[in-house]
Design a protein around this ligand. Structure first.
Ligand code: SF4
Length: 366
């Protein structure tokens, strides 16, 4: 696959100039934030941006509406709180982990402690600063919740001793001790195999076989097909809350920081509040969703107007107005301001599209 456009994936140091000001994307490996880090992000969004924290489908956070001086001040604050440990590798630290890993009884192996080992291995290889900003690593604790995120390099727990390293549908058994090194070795092999144009392993002709061959690994297993999803509500020691449209307001962020001991951002734009039990009333009061049957679960939207110059409508305002009344039939729902459908979920979804003079749902005019 040959590309004509450059990789413009935003970061903190390379901010995207959106229609509503600078947009910075803060990589958060494993989606894990301390209470102090969430407070720093909340204050930075209020002082330097539009006040809200946008959750992304890779468990990262975006700050929008930055003024001209905003990025410099933001990067300084993030550096001081440990959210910008590498200048060279900041855009490539895309590492997902099963958000409930170690918190309920569903983990074949707790992968959360491995996140920082993979992050360190990634940042210690100078050549991996060249990875495209879209390249994705994922650590699944065995429950299959990350099987749909389309990671380039996925590790899925088998048991306490072994994991499956998976590139596409090809799986290789590895010991847990080997996992961080073999994940970054796969990324290095991708860079060696590509011709400079591809951003993802799936874009490389026969990429999975070529990378395994380069690593001297032979396929041993097929990837298990079992998957699972995480719903809002109590899960063991954690409370999962949906953040409507993935947009966390300052008051909501302050309450989350007050009730949780640690926060994990999920790829489904919800938050896992570690030890955040028995606080439903406070969370409900600020508009966070604590119930699995809420119409806001699984609803996402792109930036739309006024943030995106390509948008044909303010899709977020419209989504707020009508989402609870729209039929879903068990599928997630995504609102898009134009046909690019940025941020759409993987798999089947209800496709709500701005037309400029109204909306269509799954291709039918509303
Ligand atoms: S889908 Fe279109 S309108 Fe929405 S953010 Fe992407 S480019 Fe902008």
């Amino acid at each position: 696959m040959r590309r004509t456009e450059a990789d413009r994936c935003p970061g903190v140091l390379a901010v995207h100039e959106a229609a509503d000001g600078g947009l910075a994307r803060v990589r958060i490996p494993g989606g894990v934030l301390t209470v102090e880090q969430l407070d720093v992000l909340r204050l930075a969004a209020s002082d330097l941006g539009d006040g809200r924290l946008e959750l992304t489908s890779r468990g990262n956070v975006q700050v929008r509406g930055l003024t001209a001086d905003g990025p410099r001040e933001l990067s300084q604050r993030l550096y001081e709180t440990g959210l910008l440990p590498s200048i060279t590798h900041e855009r490539v630290r895309n590492i997902l982990a099963s958000p409930l890993s170690g918190l309920d009884n569903q983990s074949a192996y707790d992968v959360m402690p491995l996140v920082s080992a993979v992050d360190r291995a990634l940042c210690s290889r100078p050549g991996l600063a060249e990875l495209p900003g879209r390249f994705l690593f994922a650590l699944d604790d065995g429950r299959g919740d990350l099987s749909g995120v389309q990671a380039d390099v996925l590790v899925r727990a088998v048991d306490e001793r072994e994991a499956l390293l998976s590139l596409g549908a090809l799986g290789v058994r590895v010991s847990w001790a080997e996992v961080p090194e073999v994940m970054v070795a796969a990324a290095e092999a991708f860079l060696a195999e590509r011709d400079g144009q591809e951003w993802r392993i799936a874009e490389l002709d026969d990429g999975e076989h070529r990378i395994l061959h380069r690593l001297g690994l032979r396929t041993t297993d097929e990837l298990p097909t079992a998957t699972s999803t995480i719903t809002a509500g109590q899960h063991g020691a954690a409370m999962v809350v949906t953040v409507p449209l993935g947009s966390l307001g300052p008051e909501q962020a302050a309450v989350v920081a007050d009730v949780a001991e640690e926060i994990r951002i999920t790829p489904w734009r919800s938050l896992v509040l570690v030890n955040g039990a028995d606080q439903r009333a406070r969370l409900d009061e600020v508009g966070l969703v604590t119930k699995p049957d809420s119409p806001w679960n699984g609803v996402t939207a792109c930036a739309g107007q006024p943030g995106c110059a390509k948008a044909l409508a303010d899709v977020r305002a419209e989504a707020w107005r009508v989402t609870p009344r729209l039929p879903r039939h068990g599928r997630p729902m995504h609102w898009s301001g134009c046909e690019r459908r940025c941020g759409k979920p993987a798999g089947e979804f209800v496709d709500v599209l701005a037309l400029g003079n109204g909306y269509s749902i799954d291709g039918e005019r509303m």
